[in-house]
Design a protein around this ligand. Structure first.
Ligand SMILES: Nc1ncnc2c1ncn2[C@@H]1O[C@H](COP(=O)(O)OP(=O)(O)OP(=O)(O)O)[C@@H](O)[C@H]1O
Ligand SMILES: [Mg+2]
Length: 209
């Protein structure tokens, strides 16, 4: 995946196959089906690619759901903005009376924050990922522009719904102080959750039941 789209089909198939092999050996039982998610608002052709990856890896595709709907099946927000800040892209869905009324997804997330850190510290992207996870609070001032850029995207994708709180899922803002920066920058209420990285995957798994 890059910027929220499958750009290396066979690489994605190999990743899924390898994860299934590892899971089978750890869990000790067979995995025959899987659910997959796609960035909200992308075209039907792109979202079908996610299903084809699952099928090419020898699994049945149990569900194909947009990531924001998957996240909200866990968060259960009636009125609010569900935000999924991933590695490559930021997805936003506006919930009114438990209905998804607006969706969108734009490039920008943890990967872009890594790029800023890598450039500033003159280290590789891989080293930046490690530094961000280990010393996130200490490098907050360096990566602030990247976080504010994500915040700006969230604002753009939820225009006219500024009165609604932002509910943050995804791993992209799992840096101590990052959600506070978003809240201050946008002057909006931000709600964060423990283990935000697992909200959307849990919703995807649930959607196949
Ligand atoms: N402990 C951590 N501290 C800080 N950041 C983290 C941590 N764990 C994961 N991340 C970041 O979370 C991001 C991955 O989040 P997530 O799994 O939600 O993305 P994704 O679903 O793979 O991406 P996308 O939705 O864009 O396809 C990465 O950018 C990674 O750096
Ligand atoms: Mg994601």
């Amino acid at each position: 995946m890059r910027d929220g789209v499958v750009f290396d089909f066979m690489g994605a198939v190999e990743s899924v196959s390898s994860l299934v092999r590892k899971s089978k050996s750890v869990l000790g039982y067979d995995i025959a089906s899987a659910s997959t998610g796609f960035p909200p608002g992308i075209g039907a052709a792109e979202s079908r690619t996610c299903r084809f990856v699952i099928e090419r890896a020898g699994l049945e595709c149990a569900a194909l759901v947009d990531e924001v709907s998957a996240a909200n099946s866990v968060l259960d927000i009636e009125d609010g903005v569900v935000v999924d800040v991933g590695h490559g892209s930021t997805g936003v869905g506006v919930m009114i009376d438990s209905e998804l009324v607006e969706v969108g997804d734009v490039p920008g997330g943890g990967m872009h924050i890594n790029l800023i850190l890598a450039g500033a510290l003159k280290i590789s992207e891989k080293e930046a990922e490690i530094a961000k996870r280990r010393n996130g609070a200490e490098v907050l001032d360096i990566i602030r522009p990247g976080i504010e850029r994500v915040a700006y995207s969230i604002a753009r994708l939820s225009r006219n719904y500024e009165h609604l709180p932002l509910h943050i899922a995804g791993g992209g803002l799992m840096i101590p102080g990052a959600c506070e920066i978003v809240s201050q920058f946008l002057e909006r209420q931000v709600v964060n959750y423990p283990n935000p990285l697992y909200i959307t995957p849990l919703g995807l798994a649930r959607s196949s039941i």
